[in-house]
Design a protein around this ligand. Structure first.
Ligand code: PMP
Length: 284
């Protein structure tokens, strides 16, 4: 495998950044993940726009033009011979002697990796449906920024793994679901309305979430962009999560309780199908 590190392509096994990289010491950096279909980038523009916003919010300089970045992403995909998988980009505030305040005139660090993902495995899980658990959301107040500061998300995902579940839905102090540890969360409620939390709340504006909102509208599915509680999720007709790397994943049990009949529902199944079709067709 090959990784891009600050201007050079290196063997993945020995690719390193400095011990005083601010990503390492302060989680002072941001990232994006694109899915790759047939060697091409899905929703290139959507992720680029969010990347620029994350960098601007944290006042990290934009490291290179969008065209240059596109070339690096594609070259990393090509050198790794990835047909279907993901490409990961991380930009940190760079390497500088440890001090909380920003360094001056330090170039950002940029790394890119890419790996193959077995799409058949995801398809098999989606056909069967995945398990979910819930935990309190213990994150900071700027979850709209896609930072590499992911410790609460790591703890939530680990809790899911230890319970044999696929994803952990994080819950605010009102008992309302914010989002998954690495996904946005959705239900089809008892009235048949598609619900997902609005982005006024402290959540990440998922690129897949935005795509699914548009597709649901095109499919004539009634939408209600409003938070839902854990109880509402447990009583829902369907629960599912979305992300660039898992597309649309039906959740068929929550904290051990079956959702509806315990099988993936028609809305999640249909949205997964149309999402994948569009993402493949529009990949560049
Ligand atoms: N929420 C969180 C906390 C995430 O980490 C992710 C995936 N990075 C998402 C939602 C889904 O975002 P996207 O659809 O852009 O992958």
């Amino acid at each position: 495998r090959i990784a891009y590190v600050n201007g050079t392509y290196q063997p993945h096994s020995g690719a390193t950044v400095h011990i005083e990289d601010r990503g390492f010491q302060f989680a002072d950096g941001v990232y994006e993940v694109w899915s790759v279909f047939d060697g091409k980038l899905a929703d290139f523009e959507g992720h680029m726009t969010r990347l620029a916003r994350s960098l601007t919010e944290l006042r990290i300089p934009i490291p290179m033009t969008a065209q240059a970045l596109e070339r690096v992403l594609k070259e990393t995909i090509r050198r790794n011979r990835v047909r279907n998988g993901i490409v990961y980009l991380q930009v940190t505030r760079g390497t500088s002697p440890r001090d909380h305040a920003f360094p001056q005139d330090t170039p950002p660090s940029v790394i890119v990796t890419s790996k193959t993902i077995d799409l058949a495995k995801g398809e098999a899980l989606a056909a069967k449906g995945a398990a979910g658990v819930t935990m309190p959301d213990i994150r900071w107040g700027r979850c709209d920024i896609k930072t590499v500061g992911l410790l609460p998300n790591v703890l939530a995902k680990q809790a899911a793994r230890e319970k044999g579940a696929y994803e952990c839905l994080m819950v605010d102090e009102m008992g309302l679901v914010t989002e998954g540890s690495s996904t946005n969360a959705w239900i089809v409620d008892e009235d048949g309305k598609l619900r997902t939390r609005d982005t006024q709340a402290n959540i990440l504006r998922g690129i897949t979430r935005t795509a699914i909102l548009k597709l649901a509208e095109a499919e004539g599915i009634e939408l209600d962009e409003r938070p839902f509680s854990v109880d509402e999720a447990k009583r829902a007709r369907e629960v599912f999560v979305t992300a660039a790397s898992s597309f649309v994943m039906p959740i068929v049990s929550l904290d051990g309780a079956k959702i509806a009949d315990g099988k993936p529902g028609p809305v999640a199944t249909r949205l997964r199908e149309v999402y994948l079709e569009q993402a493949r067709r529009e990949a560049i």
